[in-house]
Design a protein around this ligand. Structure first.
Ligand SMILES: *Cc1c(COP(=O)(O)O)cnc(C)c1O
Length: 449
């Protein structure tokens, strides 16, 4: 079998995610045969460094024997059992560990299969909490501009990326959107912290005005990943926690992308020393092996649902594969690696190396910003470095970088005109250097003429 064979069979039957299928008249779909560590290999023997962790899920490399073995052991013992009325060791163990690892006060784990579903659970639980506690008038949510929380209707409603949201607007519920503290937008005479403090005034106003009708504020802590990897200072989260308490509104932290070491700490909320009322996690949770997400909440929230059945206060939400044992086994193996390999510490050196490798991009004539939070580094390509005028989106400059990179051993799938590195934590310094080199050449080619 070669690339062409599979590509032909794929065409016309597989409808690919987040894709204008017509693009693939020009741009071949790449059939991947195998993976090992940061490398992916196609059926023609071409190799690619997975610089974006296959959409941010893979944290310890492809075909990682520790995670693979844990799944196969579990598969031979118990592949699945419903989680209503039954339980199993992998889910109990995982829940105990998550309660211990996440910020203090988070204790009760509700499982789903994808990040969007974890967000839906947080939204429903928050609304339902207020209903159960005598505040049924709380029915709305506050979000940040440029935020992303997934693609299902509720998650899309609380997101704010027009490319994904605009079309479906008539189907979505209304939210109060507050301007993001995105540090790219700061004034020249401010630093990121001053900017975050100044931008918080908008949130304060919204809370003051809408608290009575608001269930929760939902944010992506520190990095708005799908929103072009825009980053902000942790002080914003500290202020937000205080204000949510003051106004009696829940705080939902969506760490689906930034959790599990991505931000430099195990959870991004740690950098602001806060505990949200709901923490949504997914993506890296299983090391990128199986779909699993969790909404973790406090005992206060849990107790608002805990009552006699006849009170009809229970949270009667479920998914077919809630708490799937194979996925939980993968997650436990992933947490084992965090425990035994000093991952957070080692990532500091890797993150420093990424910063060093990308330093020269500051001087690139078409780069307006190079930013980094932990193991996420992003390069903002613009038409005019001084005014930061972007290239017209129709020119699809980022796509040119993508194509160049594929021909040079790198999977660097950009977000619009933002090229970013979000690699598995098992990447080497040489591989980071290779990615930086490919990105430089690709950006240079893509921005001339
Ligand atoms: C990816 C993502 C989601 C959605 O997760 P899915 O598993 O794709 O449904 C939600 N929030 C954030 C911040 C994400 O990055």
């Amino acid at each position: 079998m070669n690339n062409k064979d599979l590509e032909k069979r794929d065409w016309g039957t597989v409808w690919h995610p987040c894709t204008q299928m017509k693009d693939h008249e020009q741009l071949p779909i790449i059939p991947i045969q195998s993976g090992r560590g940061v490398w992916l290999e196609d059926f023609d023997g071409n190799r690619y460094i997975d610089a974006i962790s296959s959409w941010w899920v893979n944290i310890f490399g492809h075909a990682n024997p520790r995670i693979g073995d844990a799944i196969s052991r579990q598969a031979n013992q118990l592949e699945h059992v419903l989680l209503a009325g039954f339980t199993h060791e992998p889910v109990v163990k995982l829940s105990e560990r998550l309660a211990a690892l996440t910020p203090d006060g988070l204790q009760h784990c509700f499982y789903a299969e994808c990040g969007s579903a974890a967000v839906e659970i947080a939204l429903k639980m928050s609304f339902h909490y207020w209903r159960n506690t005598g505040k049924p008038e709380k029915t709305r949510f506050i979000n940040l501009s440029n935020s992303y929380h997934g693609e299902t209707i509720g998650a899309l409603s609380v997101g704010d990326v027009p490319l994904y949201k605009e079309t479906y607007q008539p189907l979505l519920w209304q939210v109060h959107t507050v301007p993001s503290p995105d540090c790219y937008e700061k004034d020249a005479d401010e630093d990121c912290e001053q900017h975050a403090r100044r931008m918080f005034a908008h949130m304060e106003v919204a809370l003051e005005q809408f608290a009575d009708e608001t269930c929760a504020v939902i944010v992506e802590p520190l990095v708005q990943c799908a929103g072009n990897m825009r980053m902000y200072h942790p002080v914003y989260l500290t202020l937000l926690r205080e204000a949510c308490d003051k106004y009696g509104v829940h705080l939902i932290a969506d760490e689906i992308a930034v959790g599990f070491g991505r931000s430099g700490t195990l959870f991004a909320c740690e950098q602001a020393e806060i505990t949200p009322d709901f923490l949504c996690i997914g993506k890296g949770l299983t090391g990128g092996y199986l779909p699993l997400s969790v909404c973790i909440t406090t005992d206060d929230v849990y107790q608002a649902f805990y009552d006699d059945y006849e009170s009809l206060r229970g949270f009667l939400h479920s998914h077919s594969y809630t708490g799937n044992p194979l996925a939980c086994a993968a997650a436990n193996a992933t947490l084992d690696i965090f425990e035994s390999d000093d991952v957070i510490h080692n990532n500091r050196a890797l993150a420093q190396h990424m910063a060093k490798a990308l330093d020269r991009f500051h001087l690139h004539p078409h780069v307006a910003d190079v930013r980094q939070t932990g193991m996420i580094a992003a390069i903002e390509i613009v038409k005019d470095k001084k005014t930061r005028e972007p290239f017209p989106w129709q020119e699809r400059r980022g796509l040119r970088v993508y194509q160049y990179a594929l021909d040079h051993q790198a999977l660097l799938r950009p977000l619009g005109n933002v090229i970013y590195l979000m690699p598995p934590y098992v990447i080497s310094e040489d591989e980071i250097d290779l990615l930086a080199e490919v990105a430089w050449e690709g950006i240079t080619l893509a921005t001339t003429n």
